[in-house]
Design a protein around this ligand. Sequence first.
Ligand SMILES: CC(C)(COP(=O)([O-])OP(=O)([O-])OC[C@H]1O[C@@H](n2cnc3c(N)ncnc32)[C@H](O)[C@@H]1OP(=O)([O-])[O-])[C@@H](O)C(=O)NCCC(=O)NCCSC(=O)C[C@@](C)(O)CC(=O)[O-]
Ligand SMILES: NC(=O)C1=CN([C@@H]2O[C@H](COP(=O)(O)OP(=O)(O)OC[C@H]3O[C@@H](n4cnc5c(N)ncnc54)[C@H](OP(=O)(O)O)[C@@H]3O)[C@@H](O)[C@H]2O)C=CC1
Length: 405
Amino acid sequence: MTDSDVIALAERVRDGELRRYELEDHADPDTAAAARRHLLAEETGADLSAVGDYTFDAADAESNIENMVGAAQVPMGVVGPLPVDGGAASGDHHLPLATSEGALLASVNRGVSTIRNAGGATARVLKSGMTRAPVFRVEDVAEAGEVSAWVREHVDTLAEAAEETTSHGELQDVTPYVVGDSVFLRFSYDTKDAMGMNMATIATEAACDVVESETPADLVALSGNLCSDKKPAAINAVEGRGRTVAADVLIPHEQVEDRLDTTSDAIVEANTRKNLVGSAKAGALGFNAHAANVVAAAFLALGQDIAQVVEGSNAITTVDAREDGLYASVTIASLEVGTVGGGTGLPTQSEALDVLGYSGGGDPAGSNADALAEVIAAGALAGELSLLAALSSRHLSSAHADLGR
Ligand SMILES: CC(C)(COP(=O)([O-])OP(=O)([O-])OC[C@H]1O[C@@H](n2cnc3c(N)ncnc32)[C@H](O)[C@@H]1OP(=O)([O-])[O-])[C@@H](O)C(=O)NCCC(=O)NCCSC(=O)C[C@@](C)(O)CC(=O)[O-]
Ligand SMILES: NC(=O)C1=CN([C@@H]2O[C@H](COP(=O)(O)OP(=O)(O)OC[C@H]3O[C@@H](n4cnc5c(N)ncnc54)[C@H](OP(=O)(O)O)[C@@H]3O)[C@@H](O)[C@H]2O)C=CC1
């Protein structure tokens, strides 16, 4: 790419000969991005030298972005080692986290070191299924009943059609929901190591063709919001979406005092009054302190779909002062993660997955994404412990004054 290539391409846009999003058809992706940057800088007066100073080939991001102008670079750090005894994850983990919030990694790292001293966290994926719920129009509730009955009796037929579109995905179930003359079919898939939203959407479209040809239902929208993707929704809290995953730890009381500068009783009280009572009074879906902090930072670092932090924030933290120590758990109802597809192949994200040890397809398929979910849940547990401790010991504002500004 030379400056004159970039200027010539930008000139063709200015002359109305090319649209901005068509530039990759006329130049390599890095030159196309540079030409857009050139035009944008000219039009807005912004200096885009940092945006343009990225290290990967724009070609590697072609399936991830349109109208590319550069990269948003977020600082990445690491916490660990975090020992996790999971159904899929095993041993020590270094968890990369990307954020702009000072004090966050220090806090999570403190929780991690507390968990490590206590012998590590246990974690399990309890349920797994990516959902897509199209909405159909029917004549009336009688017809809605007929369509629902047909679907319940023909899940195998729908699975056959859906699974023709994917070699990895498996249809697990289809649950009909009726509202007047609307029928919603919530399809749930085992998507193995993929987060699975594209896979489930493509497979569901094939199944919808069968529903339309065999019943009077007419498809209105392939996503009818009962899925429910990227919106806070009680259905995900109850039924789960992606991975439902939990992590817990038992910390001897003296270690709580040594490592977290507070007592087990103080953490229990903070959890009850803040995470349980406060969240209930607020009408929250998530009963936790900041699970979204770890989920978002891990999603950014590890190539996950950031908008799905909405679902990942839906977690319940429990804490209990037992005779032999402080028991703490985090259960995330809907953690939508993958180790293949989406943003996982981008260069920095794939390096970060390598650090964790779970990039690409697992053996058996699905085990890498399960392990990723278990480590993120254990990281969220570390974050919960450290923040509850900071609140109990009144260190929250001083920590952020020292580290975060
Ligand atoms: C800041 C600390 C950790 C200090 O806490 P401390 O106990 O003074 O730290 P320490 O110097 O004694 O070190 C303890 C451990 O912390 C880690 N650690 C310590 N410093 C670092 C560092 N610089 N970089 C990396 N790791 C660090 C490290 O693991 C270390 O152990 P070691 O390895 O030495 O054996 C503590 O005060 C803290 O955790 N504060 C809470 C901050 C927090 O949780 N912020 C989260 C974001 S808050 C938010 O966004 C959501 C909110 C609050 O609005 C939600 C709500 O409504 O609740
Ligand atoms: N379409 C939509 O409505 C939405 C899309 N998205 C986007 O969807 C993307 C994620 O979709 P997703 O389907 O996960 O990813 P991709 O569309 O990138 O597809 C991943 C593909 O990888 C293949 N694959 C290879 N090895 C494995 C393995 N071990 N386990 C599972 N699959 C494997 C599968 O192919 P095969 O199927 O042939 O077996 C799978 O379909 C993200 O970019 C996200 O932002 C997000 C929300 C909504």
